[in-house]
Ligand binder design. Sequence first.
Ligand SMILES: Cc1cc2nc3c(=O)[nH]c(=O)nc-3n(C[C@H](O)[C@H](O)[C@H](O)COP(=O)(O)OP(=O)(O)OC[C@H]3O[C@@H](n4cnc5c(N)ncnc54)[C@H](O)[C@@H]3O)c2cc1C
Length: 315
Amino acid sequence: MNRQRDVVILGGGPAGMTAALWCRRLGLSHLLLEAEERLGGQLFAIQNEVIDYPAVPVKSGAELQVKFAAHVELLGCEIERGVWVREVHLAERLMRVRLANGGEEQIGFRGLIAATGGAERRLGVPGEQEMIDRGEVYSATRDRERFAGKRAAVVGGGDRAFEGALLLAEHGADVVLIHRSEQFRAREEFLQPVLAHPKIELLTHAKVERIYGERAVQGVEVALRDGTVQQLEVQGLFVRIGVEPNSHLLRGQVATDAEGYPLVDATGQTSFPGVFAVGDLCTRPLYSGIASAVGQAMIAAKQVSLYVEQKGAEL
Ligand SMILES: Cc1cc2nc3c(=O)[nH]c(=O)nc-3n(C[C@H](O)[C@H](O)[C@H](O)COP(=O)(O)OP(=O)(O)OC[C@H]3O[C@@H](n4cnc5c(N)ncnc54)[C@H](O)[C@@H]3O)c2cc1C
């Protein structure tokens, strides 16, 4: 074993950063591991104003990220970026990680707070894996200029789909928004602007069945309500059909529901003693958000502190 901490925190989004902050305040030796080079997680995906996180109204998620990151730095939390946690072995209380320099390490822990968030759900249709393997996985935020003057398809009916469609259209793309029904889950602030936008075409009761293109996406085949299949020529596809929890590191080791969300008690503790799951990792989209991630992380840190104290006393 290369290193050992009272508590290791997986993921440096709002939940992970809050957990680190509280571990620091509670005097626990801790280490937060974040796969990306920067902290923040999904905060970077929030282009709109964040007006629902109390006392800190900001113009974008990136602005909030700066405040979060400055806070954990101010308190001297122990954090490492660019570290990909590959495997976690709960029974042995250790994990294997790939460091930013490419090296490998084993890190031991007494308590674990998993805050690895969620990832976009896939369509599961022919051509999707090839598209991903070619690196054609776009962010409307990052790649909006790339699609100016081009045609793109966005799949989904929630906030992510609508916000993405709007961003692309506002930057000059022609957007086809494909959704399986006529019911949209998107918030009103996105709904009306999308429905009224001249560069966004809505295709409802439609299901993507195939993505085609040899070296790049050239189009999608969409099954319509009347049973016909339509070919849509597009240069990019944005799949925004919801999220699934990044729980693969814990699967088979803690109890989860049918969709892979770890089951937790009121303190965030999973079925494995001393192992906690917080934030989007264990919270369905209806209830997820920065405020719930932060609150859950604080509670988990306090509980893991009690757990570590008790284990220390038993030794
Ligand atoms: C477009 C968009 C708009 C949103 N708007 C709002 C809003 O207005 N208000 C609001 O409250 N919420 C909003 N949210 C939701 C909010 O961003 C999330 O609820 C919040 O970020 C969840 O925090 P988290 O820490 O649980 O997970 P995440 O932010 O997802 O962070 C998880 C972190 O874990 C890291 N990680 C994953 N696997 C590993 C691994 N194996 N090793 C190391 N690190 C790993 C990831 O790199 C990531 O940094 C929005 C989300 C999106 C996408």
